[in-house]
Structure formats: C-alpha cells, structure tokens
Design a protein around this ligand. Structure first.
Ligand code: NAP
Length: 249
C-alpha cells in the first residue's frame, strides 16, 4: 500500500489549511510531489510546505485567487514549469458567506459561486490540455453534502456545491475517452477553521444529527482523496463519494 502515488504530482487548491492540507500530507505520504495554491495566508502555506518536504517529496506553494482566470492561468503555468507535469488536480479551495436567502447580499452569492464553482472550472480548463497530451490525469472536486441535501443559510454555498457535482459528471463524460477521470468527494461536517465559526449550540446540533456521532476529521476526507487518486480507483469516474458519517443517508 505504500507509495501509491510515487512519481506523481498533485496540485491542490486551498492546500495550505484544513481539508486541503490533510489531502496534501496524505498524498505526500504516498510519494506524490505537491503544488498547493492558497488565497492569502502565506505563513500557513509555508508551514504546510515544510511539513510536506519533511516527508521526502517536493512541495511548492503559490498565492493565487482561483476565481481570477488570469491569476489561475499564471499559477498553472508556473507550476507546470516547476514540476514538469501535473497528474492529480484537487479542487478543494472553498469559502462560505452564510446567511438566510432573504437577506443574502448579491456579492456574497457571487463570491461563493466564483470561488467554489467557477474557480474549479478555471483549474480544470487550464489543466485539461496537459492531461489530454499525457493521456492521463485525475481530477477530484471537493463538494459538500450541502450541495446534495440543501442547507438553510447556505443558498450560495449549496448552489455552488451542487454545480460542482454537475461539473464533475460532465467533465467525467467529456474526458473519459482521453483516459482522464473526474470524481467528487462530498464531506459532511468536518472540524476545520470553516466550521470553527459556528456557535457551540449549532455544532452540538449538527453532531447529534450524524449517525456516527462525531464530526469528520480532515484525514477522513484525505483517505478518500488518496484512494480516488490511486490506481485502485482507475475504473471509477463521475462518482460522488460521501464522507459524512452517515449525515446524508
Ligand atoms: P478552510 O479551512 O477554510 O481552508 C480553505 C482553503 O482554501 C485555504 O487554504 C484558503 O487559503 C483556500 N482558499 C480560499 N479561497 C481561495 C481562493 N479564492 N483561491 C485559492 N485558495 C483559496 O476550509 P476547509 O474546511 O478545509 O474546506 C475545504 C473544502 O472542503 C472547501 O471546498 C469546503 O467547501 C469543503 N467542505 C468543508 C466542510 C467542512 O465541514 N469543513 C464540509 C463540506 C465541504 P488561505 O489559507 O490563504 O485563506
């Protein structure tokens, strides 16, 4: 089971913190070199890169707003030049701007769509040419059970995450003839900075609704990502794997 991703390079958006960091470390532990993109927290990105390098693989980070097509294009060019190729793309970067629909500001809706959905579109579009040339590549989109079941206060976020599921299935169909797979992971409620913002009462209520009676750990999501990136998942495409402790059954 060791080194399942040896000689591969993974590009992970939002790889500096939370779930993205756990995915980066888990893929590095399987031998992959790691390129990560982050929005602004350079200290966290540098710390994550040094933890990855300690595992004996290459790691580079670049600040990049994936919602900005020009910035995303420049970042992908730099990463391809630095690493030679990319084999695994993990579209993990995401934000929340929660609020009830009635009061939701236009900019909070579009910002979440632009980052969580359009950002993934940019990254897939920018990398698919090189995936097609090498006749291989795997794309993993981090969606959410909110995009499958809806969630009050998250009209923007659940719309973006549902959109990501449609994008995953279409990309899977379009790129399968080129030997490229595209799947998604739908986490439930995972302990990261994103869920730290929730008031204590809301956290307790969420945990009590989870059949396995605990929040997810970033590593729970990372395990699924390593599997999907590995040859063990070579015949899986267009799939959405829920990793949610049974929250959405
Ligand atoms: P997090 O701890 O808030 O980390 C978000 C990461 O995304 C950070 O690395 C951040 O960079 C980066 N990022 C944000 N906006 C970006 C942009 N415009 N361009 C590039 N990078 C950007 O989030 P998380 O909880 O780990 O969530 C990771 C993914 O899982 C998200 O897509 C989220 O929607 C999804 N998810 C999370 C949960 C949960 O319960 N936590 C549940 C379901 C799905 P900086 O550090 O520089 O800000």
């Amino acid at each position: 089971m060791n080194e399942m991703l040896k000689n591969k390079t993974a590009l992970i958006t939002g790889g500096s913190r939370g779930i993205g960091k756990a995915i980066a470390l888990a893929m590095a532990a399987q031998g992959a070199d790691i390129a990560l993109l982050y929005a602004g927290n350079t200290a966290a990105a540098e710390e994550t890169c040094s933890e990855i390098r300690a595992l004996g693989v290459k790691a580079e980070s670049r600040r990049c707003d994936i919602a900005d097509p020009a910035d995303a294009e420049a970042a992908v060019k730099e990463i391809l030049a630095a690493f030679g190729s990319v084999d695994i793309l993990v579209n993990n970067a995401g934000i929340t701007r929660d609020g009830l629909l009635m009061a939701m500001k236009e900019e909070d809706f579009t910002q979440v769509l632009n980052t969580n959905l359009t950002g993934a579109f940019h990254m897939i579009k920018l990398l698919c040419r090189s995936f097609m040339k090498q006749k291989s590549g795997t794309i993993i989109n981090i969606t959410s059970v909110s995009g499958m079941m809806g969630n009050p206060g998250q009209a923007n976020y659940s719309a973006a995450k549902a959109g990501l599921i449609g994008l995953t299935k279409t990309v899977a169909k379009e790129l399968a003839p080129r030997g490229i797979t595209c799947n998604a992971i739908a986490p439930g409620f995972v302990a990261t900075a994103m869920t730290d913002q929730l008031p204590e009462g809301a956290r307790e209520a969420a945990v009590s609704a989870i059949p396995l009676k605990r929040m997810g750990r970033p590593e729970d999501i990372a395990n699924a990502a390593v599997f999907l990136a590995s040859d063990m998942a070579a015949y899986i495409t267009g799939e959405i794997i829920k990793v949610d402790g049974g929250l959405y059954i």
